[in-house]
Design a binder for this molecule. Structure first.
Ligand code: NAD
Length: 497
């Protein structure tokens, strides 16, 4: 395991100026959240004990304390969940008019908004992300997704004239741990708006907000079986996607598992969308507004500890401004506050799990061994919990593993380019194609570059901007299909793709 305390290098050029300000702790209250001693699966509108009676712990990664124990679903449980979803689809939900389905989605959107503080705290406790992110990003966006898709539920035939807008049936949806409630919203809202029913498998390290959401659906009066939640590990996910009673599979997670699923479903009469990994280029031209670009780059890689599929993890800076840009980046890096995710001043929270911490450490070690120059600002990491200091790598070449593989942590590789053509060539030199960023004062250059980047999303003079009305998805090893926007409905409609 890579030892973060022993290898920190001082700034290579320019003095790193400490932030100069100490912040008093400003802890979010946790008393609004009550966590049960254990959680069952959620099947047919109510808690349901797992067939094998097995439960696994879910841990607060900032403290390593066990929060509770959660049911470990298996094939038998998936069977029951799919049967409940089918019954609901063949019953009231399948026959319901779009404007009636919309009422449930609006209700869920409002309830999520009303209880967003409670959900935000739960998300932060279970996943380690800073409260200011779960409070200001994850929860508002999750609620906005339900609002947005509620609006489409009774307008499908107008949204897609001439298309068969009938639903597909039962959708199996598998989500990762980096944005648990938001990924649930991205998947569940369009599926229900289009009239499908759902079996959702949350990630094993972050099941709690999905289970809290399940209870919300009961309070909202959602008919039983419309949303079923099977918690558990990869095995439960594999059972769900392969189940013969499932018509549609939507997976968000690693490229490795995405490929397995694609192989497994080859030849099956199931629709599939895959939202997979990324290694996004973030290009800064010499005419870019430097301070804003530094902020964009910091947000691009350190937001959510870099546990972001579209994280701008490969920074490409024009050679003429490299030295000055690097100096400012280091200064800004030194002002990031790493620590207690429940503290409202925290910028970088805990790494989601021990396994992810080990993966980040291993790749960073490889970066050092391959000859890249590492820089970490001085920062004290808490003794307990899973932490990784914000990290820059200079002297990185295109062949280095840290420049090619998704690290999914707070680690940025910096490279340079001289001409726009070289920038585009280096940016596209990846098997992924999820997102990219470009910073320049010239509108024409933005268009020229965006046209040539092989990425599903290109942000210009900003980064990590999300909106329910805007489709999101990848090319190549980042997957296929779109979530968000009108496009996000198509995978859930018979005439869609
Ligand atoms: P992962 O692939 O290990 O797990 C994702 C989910 O799949 C989990 O719920 C897991 O239990 C389940 N799973 C594991 N094996 C399975 C199998 N054989 N069959 C079915 N399900 C299985 O990924 P992760 O580590 O949880 O998440 C990180 C990855 O997700 C990163 O690669 C990241 O880029 C990607 N991601 C992509 C997007 C996107 O929109 N493109 C969004 C968020 C995360």
């Amino acid at each position: 395991m890579y030892d973060q305390t022993s290898e920190r290098t001082p700034a290579r050029r320019g003095e790193v100026v400490p932030s100069g300000l100490d912040y008093a702790p400003s802890l979010e209250a946790v008393d609004q959240v009550s966590i049960d001693e254990s959680y069952d699966l959620w099947i047919d509108g109510k808690p349901s004990p797992p067939a094998a009676n097995r439960y696994f712990p879910t841990v607060n990664p900032a403290t390593e304390e066990t929060l509770t124990r959660v049911a470990e679903g298996d094939g038998e449980d998936v069977d029951r969940a799919v049967a409940a979803a089918r019954k609901a689809y063949n019953g009231a939900w399948g026959k319901m008019a779009g404007k009636e389905r919309a009422k449930y989605l609006y209700r869920l959107a409002r309830m999520l908004a009303e209880r967003s503080r409670e959900f935000a705290v739960l998300e932060t406790l279970d996943g380690g992300k800073p409260i200011k992110e779960s409070r200001d990003v994850d929860l508002p966006l999750a609620s906005a997704h339900f609002f947005y898709y509620a609006g489409w539920a009774d307008k499908l035939e107008y949204a897609f004239p001439g298309l068969d807008t009938r639903p597909l049936g039962v959708a199996a949806q598998v989500i990762p741990w980096n944005f648990p409630i938001l990924m649930l919203a991205w998947k569940v809202a369009p599926a229900l708006a289009a009239g499908n029913t759902v079996v959702l498998k949350p990630a094993e390290t972050t099941p709690l907000t999905a289970l809290a959401f399940a209870r919300l659906t009961a309070e909202a009066g959602l008919p039983p079986g419309v949303l079923n939640i099977v918690t558990g590990g990869g095995g439960a996910g594999a059972e769900a996607v392969a189940h013969p009673g499932v018509d549609k599979v939507a997976f968000t997670g690693s490229t490795e598992v995405g490929k397995l699923i694609q192989k497994r479903l080859a030849g099956a009469r199931k629709r599939l969308t895959l939202e997979l990994g990324g290694k996004a280029p973030h290009i800064v031209f010499e005419d870019a507004p430097v301070d804003q670009a530094v902020e964009g780059v910091i947000n691009g890689i350190f937001f959510n500890q870099g546990h972001v599929c579209c994280a701008g993890s490969r920074l490409l800076v024009q050679e003429s401004i490299y030295d000055a840009f690097l100096d400012r980046l280091k200064v800004r890096l030194a002002s990031l506050r790493v620590g207690d995710p429940l503290d409202k001043n925290t910028d970088v929270g805990a790494i989601n799990s021990r396994a992810q911490l080990d993966k980040i450490g291993a790749l960073v070690e490889i970066g050092v061994a391959e000859g890249a120059e590492m820089y970490q600002p001085p920062c004290a990491l808490p003794e307990r919990g899973y932490w990784f200091a914000p990290t820059l790598f200079m002297g990185v070449s295109q062949g280095h593993r840290i420049a090619r593989e998704e690290i999914f942590g707070p680690v940025l590789s910096i490279m340079t380019f001289r001409t726009p053509v070289e920038a585009v060539e280096k940016a596209n030199n990846t098997p992924y194609g999820l997102s990219a960023g470009v910073w320049t004062a010239k509108g024409s250059r933005i268009l020229w570059v965006a046209d040539r980047l092989r990425a599903g999303v290109v942000w210009a003079n900003t980064y990590n901007k999300f909106d329910p009305a805007s489709p999101f998805g990848g090319y190549r090893e980042s997957g296929f299909g779109r979530e968000g926007g009108r496009h996000g409905l198509l995978p859930y409609l018979r005439g869609g793709s």
